[in-house]
Design a protein around this ligand. Structure first.
Ligand SMILES: Nc1ncnc2c1ncn2[C@@H]1O[C@H](COP(=O)(O)OP(=O)(O)OP(=O)(O)O)[C@@H](O)[C@H]1O
Ligand SMILES: [Mg+2]
Length: 711
């Protein structure tokens, strides 16, 4: 093994590596790093945990340190952005500035310019390009982590467009692409004119097996019995791991399943863990206003188990990840969102579900081997365990062999570009034109020729492109003059807002319709866009939804009611009702019952709705100025889930819908009225307490000094 001291990098960098316990390079790093440090484009397609990040870290650190060159490090998920940013902090003492960009997609970003290295998600990078941030021209190294996600229908196209754009902007840019083991890494590397490093080497051995009825099958002659210490299906596997001093990570396919299994496992393992630490962790989570999901999570954590899914708040997720890393939480039950790239001390990964719901097919479809291998790869991470284990659960005896051939010894799939899909092309072609990247049809073709899509299909989809340009022209997003293309103000706005052009059309027509807008009509309008995934209908739903629709007069004025009384329409009304309940302060528990959804789903709808109401308000500035102000109010209400009467109080920090309602009930209806009460009385109001009371008074400028921070 090669010592890090032999790398052509500055001593200061080597010292930091050594302090982190990195003394020798792993074989794939030994092969890749000299090339990467030499400025060559490189694709590193090696197994999980093989230390790919370092192949990117060292060149970007070295270039920042020696030449003040800038790099952009692109990852698929916010959690991963955070992890990379944390890793890079170690190099801050060299005077290197490291930024992270995960915020809203159309916010100002010039503050990022001062950084040498910026970590962000691919959507964020795309939106930075759309806003034409000047400093992007200075990016010398582009890192694309988890580049195999080009295969992903929803985020893949964005990733390949970003790469193609940066290469077009700066032909000398260095691309460092990190990939899971895939079948056609060669193709990716040809596309990027890069060196390819492939390997099957893994620093920590990973044992793969299949579990059925208290037996783990690691191979024909390698079967192990797990003592049946508990009734639960997976509990024996988890208990064994914990007894051995390890931790377990379980993957299931729905959020609800993570919660259910988390709760039942807690009952199985909770009795033999240290509880003082767990109590402390749950205390930190108590500070967030109580929701069902929050309470459930706290209940689980007290028993040493946590669940993890996209419906948790940022803080909840981070607490779970952190406490698992520190070894206090012994088991996490997660959806596959935790499968990509993260470093966690899971000695044993258990995968229960091999199928999941796929909206594009409207049914269940098998999870690709590539993704299963990614989940498996969370086990056995360097620095945490000497060996890892990944176990699939067989439903019956017959399944054991099938799982063996289909997943354990199976070859991973090749990846395919998804940029040919119509929504993707619609969105990205408009963005290219709106940002003056392509102002002539030939430029558009030239750009497309640089994408992985065209590389892979080896032909330019000219007809499809023409069709989409025609659609964009017909709907006033662009003008076409001969072969010259130009975005209209509407087209530019749509691209900036980062919404599907079809969504922009829907919002525009709602804004331009003659009917008198109501809060519900705004909510309904955003639910008609393809950016909002509407709730499913149950047979018991149609009745109350029709009743609801009948109460909304504007639907009749517009003739919508009679023509659109179909399933689509009903599910739009259902989703809009959920949003309306949210801003009418219906409790989360009630909404869970009424709509038969998980709290996570509610949060997702609210997040999307916030984004779309923001977009609608921006478009209103162009198409119906009168509703800008009502949409402003609605935006604050949807962000916070409160009635209009709380709009004043809700502006205070630390005050959400629950606390502002409590203040209101106690007779404080405006911020001004809060000046009249002393801190002691304030802290007695339910849900307020000393900490929040103090914070309120500070914001009013009433404690130390007399600086008024809130006007
Ligand atoms: N040469 C080394 N010596 C010791 N530890 C190392 C070395 N290189 C990397 N590591 C450690 O190995 C762990 C895994 O590295 P990393 O996250 O880069 O893996 P990866 O290849 O990106 O895996 P994944 O495919 O799961 O994303 C990290 O904790 C890292 O600090
Ligand atoms: Mg990685």
């Amino acid at each position: 093994m090669m010592n890090v001291e032999r790398l052509p990098i500055k001593d200061e960098i080597i010292q930091i590596l050594q302090q982190q316990g990195i003394k020798n390079l792993y074989p794939p790093q030994e092969e890749a790093l000299p090339r990467a440090l030499n400025g060559e484009n490189i694709v590193v397609a090696v197994p999980t945990a093989a230390g790919k990040s370092l192949v990117a870290y060292l060149p970007i650190i070295q270039e920042a340190f020696l030449h003040k060159k800038k790099s952009l490090y692109i990852v698929p998920l916010r959690a991963l952005a955070r992890e990379k940013w944390d890793d890079l902090q170690a190099f801050k003492k060299l005077g290197i500035k490291i930024g992270i960009a995960t915020g809203d997609l159309d916010e100002e970003s010039s503050y990022l310019a001062k950084n040498d290295i910026i970590v962000c998600t691919s959507e964020k990078a795309d939106s930075l390009l759309r806003h034409q941030a000047n400093w992007l021209n200075d990016i010398a190294i582009l890192v694309a982590d988890e580049i195999h996600l080009i295969n992903d229908i929803s985020r893949g196209p964005t990733l390949e467009v970003i790469i193609a754009r940066f290469r077009a902007m700066n032909p000398d840019i260095q691309i460092i692409a990190l990939s899971a083991t895939i079948k056609n890494a060669q193709e990716i590397s040809h596309w990027l004119d890069s060196v390819l490093v492939e390997s099957s080497w893994r620093p920590v051995p990973l044992k793969e097996g299949i579990y059925h009825k208290n037996k783990i099958y690691y191979g024909v002659d390698d079967v192990k019995t797990v003592s049946a210490s508990s009734q639960g299906k997976m509990a024996p596997l988890v208990i064994e791991t914990i007894n051995d001093g390890g931790q377990a990570l379980i993957f299931v396919n729905t959020r609800r399943a993570t919660e259910k299994i988390g709760e039942s496992l807690g009952d199985d393992i909770g009795s033999f863990l240290r509880h003082d630490k767990l109590e402390k962790i749950s205390q930190t989570l108590h500070q967030e206003e109580g929701t069902i999901v929050g309470k459930k999570l706290i209940g689980c954590i007290k028993k040493g188990v946590a669940f993890h899914h996209a419906g948790l708040s940022e803080q909840q997720r981070r607490t779970v990840e952190q406490s698992f890393k520190e070894g206090d939480i012994k088991c996490i039950v997660a959806t596959p969102t935790l499968a990509a790239g993260v470093n966690v001390p899971a000695r044993r990964v258990i995968i229960r579900d091999l199928w999941r719901y796929a909206s594009e097919y409207g049914g269940m479809s098998p999870i690709p081997v590539l993704e299963i291998k990614q989940m498996m790869g969370r086990a056995g991470r360097p620095g945490y365990d000497k060996e890892g284990e990944a176990i699939l659960i067989a439903k019956n005896k017959g399944e054991i062999e099938r799982l063996w051939t289909q997943y354990i010894i199976a070859e991973v799939e090749p990846i395919y570009s998804k940029l040919g899909s119509e929504p993707a092309l619609r969105m990205h072609l408009l963005a290219l034109i709106a940002t003056h990247f392509a102002s002539h049809i030939e430029e558009l073709y030239q750009f497309m020729a640089r994408t992985f899509f065209v590389y892979q299909s080896s032909s330019l989809p000219t007809e499809k492109i023409q069709e989409i340009l025609h659609f964009l022209e017909e709907n006033d997003f662009i003008t076409i003059d001969g072969d010259y293309l130009k975005a209209t103000a509407f087209g530019r706005k749509t691209s900036d807002l980062y919404i599907d052009p079809l969504s922009a059309l829907k919002l525009r027509s709602a804004l331009e319709s003659r009917i008198k807008p109501t809060v519900f009509s705004f909510l309904h309008a955003i639910c008609t866009t393809p950016d909002m995934l509407c709730l499913y209908l149950r047979s018991t739903d149609s009745h109350w939804i029709m009743e609801k629709a009948e109460k909304e007069k504007y639907l009749f004025e517009d003739g919508l009611y009679s023509t659109l009384m179909n399933e689509w329409f009903l599910s739009e009304i259902k989703t809009a009702s959920l949003l309306e309940d949210w801003i009418d302060e219906v409790t989360e528990d009630q909404m869970v019952m009424k709509y038969n959804v998980g709290p996570g789903d509610i949060h997702n709808k609210i997040e999307t709705a916030t984004w779309l109401i923001h977009a609608m308000r921006e478009l209103a500035r162009m198409f119906n100025f009168e509703v800008v102000s009502p949409l402003d109010k609605l935006l604050i209400r949807i962000k916070n889930g409160c009635k209009e009467e709380l709009l004043n109080l809700i502006q205070l920090r630390d005050i959400g819908r629950v606390r502002s309602r409590a203040l209101y009930k106690a007779g404080f209806k405006t911020i001004n009225q809060l000046r009249e009460v002393d801190i002691k009385a304030l802290s007695k109001i339910p849900t307020i307490g000393e900490r929040v009371a103090k914070s309120i008074k500070e914001q009013l400028g009433e404690t130390d000094g007399n600086q008024n921070t809130f006007l």
